[in-house]
Write a protein that binds this ligand. Structure first.
Ligand SMILES: Nc1nc(=O)c2c([nH]1)NC[C@@H]1CN(c3ccc(C(=O)N[C@@H](CCC(=O)O)C(=O)O)cc3)CN21
Ligand SMILES: CC(C)C(=O)C(=O)O
Ligand SMILES: [Mg+2]
Length: 281
């Protein structure tokens, strides 16, 4: 807290300082209320393009637009005080080249107040990352399983097994040298995650990449048991909010059908009772 009572927000250099130290705690959020819950305990809040699958029912992240990301990021911004807020650049908004990436990343920052952007890709995106960082846009990279390339991979498969490990290592090294302040490592074998984490200068944030990483990230709806369309091996359910919600909805339906809801305490009468202070019930 500062003298004005404001909480100091974490910055990309604060995140880098965790390299090799206390693991970074990261979760997604797409709405103001969830951002408030996550902000109190997490270092990084990611407005992920997973929002398309989790909240909009899309079959992949490929249909997510920049306007969708801006709207969710604006909502999340209102719920954040302390955590570093990062927004995913959606498919098609950065791959053409550094200029396109800068134009759209600048829009994300200007219109949402986010502190950084995330984009998928390794060696092939190094030039773009360098271009953004040199112009004041902090970048989080994302290598290994990059979901926007699901059609190229032929599914959400483990990346970097066997001889393929060198490719992921080169990708992680390239984004680190290009100036990214952190890199998400998704669905890679533990030994490779350990090697990359030891080799590169920036924190590795794992999702399905073992505890060898410098931090962890999950989709918050997955770990709360609110998104049940698929359940990758790397997700641990810390709650079953989906089941709890289903049970509450069923209880409401029963009470409505049996005329037990609304009850006397939920009903307005013709003559309001005057309560002390003059407020009518
Ligand atoms: N809710 C949610 N959670 C995520 O982690 C997530 C998204 N959405 N959307 C964007 C990407 C997609 N990701 C995914 C999606 C599916 C699997 C998955 O089903 N994996 C299966 C095996 C699939 C295969 O081998 O083809 C698994 O059991 O891990 C993994 C990561 C990670 N991201
Ligand atoms: C799972 C994280 C890393 C992500 O990219 C997303 O939520 O879109
Ligand atoms: Mg994403």
């Amino acid at each position: 807290m500062s003298a004005t009572g404001e909480v100091k927000a974490l910055t990309p250099p604060d995140i880098v300082s965790h390299k090799g130290g206390t693991p970074l705690v990261c979760l997604t959020a797409y709405t103001t209320p969830m951002a408030r819950l996550v902000d109190t305990t997490c270092d990084i809040v990611l407005v992920g393009d997973s929002v398309g699958m989790v909240l909009h029912g899309l079959p992949s992240t490929l249909g997510v637009t920049l306007d969708m990301m801006i709207m969710h990021a604006q909502a999340v911004r209102r719920g954040i005080e302390r955590a570093l807020m990062v927004v995913d650049m959606p498919f098609g908004s950065y791959e053409e080249g550094p200029e396109q990436a800068f134009r759209n990343a600048a829009r994300l920052m200007a219109e949402t107040g986010c502190a950084a952007v995330k984009l998928e890709g390794g060696e092939s995106m190094a030039e773009t990352i360098q271009f953004l960082v040199a112009r004041g846009i902090p970048v989080m990279a994302h290598v290994g399983l990059t979901p926007q390339a699901v059609n190229t991979f032929g599914g959400y498969k483990v990346q970097g097994r066997g001889n393929d490990a060198e490719r992921i290592l080169r990708d992680a090294d390239a984004v680190s040298k290009a100036g990214a302040f952190a890199v998400v490592l998704e669905k890679v074998p533990e030994a490779l995650a350990r090697r990359i984490t030891a080799d590169i200068a920036i924190p590795t944030i794992g999702i399905g990449a073992s505890s060898a990483c410098d931090g962890q990230i999950l989709v918050v709806d997955d770990m709360l048991g609110m998104f049940t369309d698929f359940r990758p091996k790397f997700v641990k359910r810390y709650a079953e909010l989906g089941e709890r919600a289903q049970a509450a909805i069923a209880a409401y339906a029963n009470e409505v059908r049996e005329r037990r809801f609304p009850g006397a305490e939920h009903v307005f009468r013709d003559q309001p009772k005057t309560i002390k202070g003059g407020e009518a019930a």
